[in-house]
Design a protein around this ligand. Structure first.
Ligand code: UDX
Ligand code: UDX
Ligand code: ADP
Length: 468
């Protein structure tokens, strides 16, 4: 079957960029991305390509090329579903905040709503593609709903997890390591798989398109994220050991990464991993394992999260300890709030938890991030539900100039590895700070030796840099 019309439900960090690239690479396919959030759709349709709802390097160009030609953004969900032969589900699946599985399981409310809406809106057979990361066996639930409420229409369910990383979404989509498609082993399932393979084959070499059964595909996505997060927790555990022993974690990472069995990527020690996927997917895996009675498996993966929580708390405690065990009323400047560079996404960012810890000690936090707005920063802290909006606004200030942010600060903490931070005039920042000036480099990106020399030019006692 040749696909000519695609609908994608969910115009977020995954749906938006993925569909933009499919539309760019497949000019003969009409791609309509729908969302219930009118403001988001308006922003995708906006004249100003600097204001797309998702910031990703290169995305503006892709959207500029395809939008209005064969890429459309709309809130008319039912119409787009009905017109398409293939419907992607790319809605959010956050960790449950209530009831059974609270704090662990994925909340499938939005996915189920999508399935019901697809069933209700369809007047012809469809291929439904799970793009959101979902717990293993969700496809079965989606299928049950479609088969029982779809009025006799036939639905083939595919799992096609997205492996793009934020900040490099466009590059990852244009040249993926692999595309994974899971489907039913029967002839109709294989035909559906082949239809989706043909879409990707427009720009991805066939040998990089892997096909599996649906459960393997769903589990592979959780496993990939669990392995990646595990590498970060592993190197972070080693960073603590390095700080005690005088080994340098960057040197250790380089030495072990040279072993081709280990590889050099994903070995950067940090203040802790964030993002919408790692924690959610591991918690999900832990929850599923426990529900099958697999205690050792669950405990093993849970440790990755515990180590990450420890790393974030340790970073905050280290700041407090270095500032003579009190930060009450002290100005601490955060450079960076996003969970990694080159994105405006802040979900699960380590900055949120480090800030919360320091606010508990009554610190005055000033934040500068090149892409994250003041409203977003306040919303992230309010979402924790640990204190009132008034207290947050009293203790946290957001400024849009990095030098102003650092003025009269007792300490500067790097929370995100934005490239521009490295290029700042650190002599100027040093001079503007209160002495002894302290810098805590939670991403290990600054030229530490240079900074040490700079500080020692003033007074040897003023040297203080956290060694991540
Ligand atoms: C290991 C290290 O690889 C080597 O660099 C170090 O110098 C000494 O320790 P070795 O113990 O000889 O070498 O063998 P290795 O190939 O690493 O296997 C260790 C164990 O892991 C074996 O029992 C092997 O069967 C098992 N293994 C390895 C697996 O079960 N699965 C794998 O994918 C790889
Ligand atoms: C991740 C997966 O990489 C991607 O394949 C999947 O589709 C979604 O989840 P993402 O969360 O966007 O992507 O970013 P990623 O680059 O994986 O970084 C996740 C977190 O780990 C960030 O906070 C990052 O700063 C941190 N990290 C990553 C480290 O601390 N050290 C590293 O070496 C790598
Ligand atoms: P992700 O990182 O997985 O892309 P986002 O939260 O960025 O997650 O995007 C998910 C999008 O899905 C949101 O814009 C949300 O409004 C949209 N969405 C959720 N449920 C539905 C639904 N039933 N119909 C249409 N859009 C939906």
């Amino acid at each position: 079957m040749k696909i000519t019309k695609i609908c994608c439900i969910g115009a977020g960090y995954v749906g938006g960029p993925t569909m933009a690239v499919i539309a760019q690479k497949c000019p003969d396919i009409t791609v309509t991305v729908v969302d219930i959030n009118q403001a988001r759709i308006d922003a995708w349709n906006g004249e100003d390509l600097d204001k797309l709802p998702v910031y990703e390097p290169g995305l503006d160009k892709v959207v500029a090329e395809a939008r209005g030609r064969n890429l459309f953004f709309s809130t008319d969900v039912n119409k787009a579903i009905d017109e398409a032969q293939m419907v992607f589900i790319s809605v959010n699946t956050p960790t449950k905040t209530y009831g059974e599985g609270k704090g662990m399981a994925a909340d499938l409310k939005w996915v189920e709503l999508c399935a019901r809406q697809i069933a209700a809106a369809s007047t012809s057979d469809k291929i439904v593609v799970e793009k959101s990361t979902l717990p293993v066996r969700t496809a079965q639930a989606v299928k049950d709903i479609l088969d029982n409420t779809g009025g006799g229409r036939k639905f083939q369910i595919l799992s096609n997890p997205e492996f793009l990383a934020e900040g490099t979404a466009v590059e990852d989509l244009l040249a993926p390591d692999r595309v994974l498609i899971g489907g039913d082993p029967g002839p109709e399932g294989q035909e559906a798989i082949e239809a989706l393979v043909s879409v990707y084959a427009a720009w991805v070499p066939r040998e990089r398109i892997l096909t599996t059964n649906i459960w393997s595909s769903e589990l592979s996505k959780l496993t990939a994220n669990a392995f990646l997060a595990q590498r970060v927790s592993s190197i972070n555990a080693i960073s603590e050991l390095c700080e005690q022993t005088g080994a340098d974690v960057t040197e250790v990472a380089r030495a072990i990464g040279a072993d081709s069995r280990i590889g050099p990527k994903f070995l950067k020690a940090s203040v802790g991993f964030g993002g919408s996927c790692f924690q959610k997917d591991i918690l999900n895996m832990v929850y599923i394992s426990r529900s099958y009675g697999l205690t050792e498996v669950a405990d093993y993966w849970e440790q990755v999260i515990k180590m990450n929580d420890h790393q974030k708390a340790r970073f905050a405690k280290n700041i407090i300890k270095s500032l003579y065990n009190t930060v009450n009323g002290k100005k601490i400047t955060f450079l960076g709030w996003a969970f990694k560079k080159d994105t405006n996404d802040t979900r699960e960012s380590a900055a949120i938890y480090v800030a919360d810890h320091l606010i508990n000690e009554q610190a005055q936090i000033t934040v500068y991030d090149p892409k994250v707005s003041e409203e977003k920063i306040y919303a992230d802290l309010e979402y924790l539900n640990t204190r009132s909006p008034e207290e947050i606004r009293r203790l946290v200030k957001v400024v849009y100039d990095p030098y102003e942010a650092c003025l009269d600060a007792h300490a500067v903490a790097i929370l995100t590895e934005w490239d521009e931070f490295v290029d700042y005039d650190w002599q100027r920042i040093y001079e503007a700070m209160l002495k002894p000036a302290k810098v805590f480099d939670g991403r290990n990106i600054l030229p530490h030796e240079e900074l040490r020399t700079m500080a020692s030019a003033y007074s040897p006692s003023e040297r203080q840099y956290s060694n991540y």
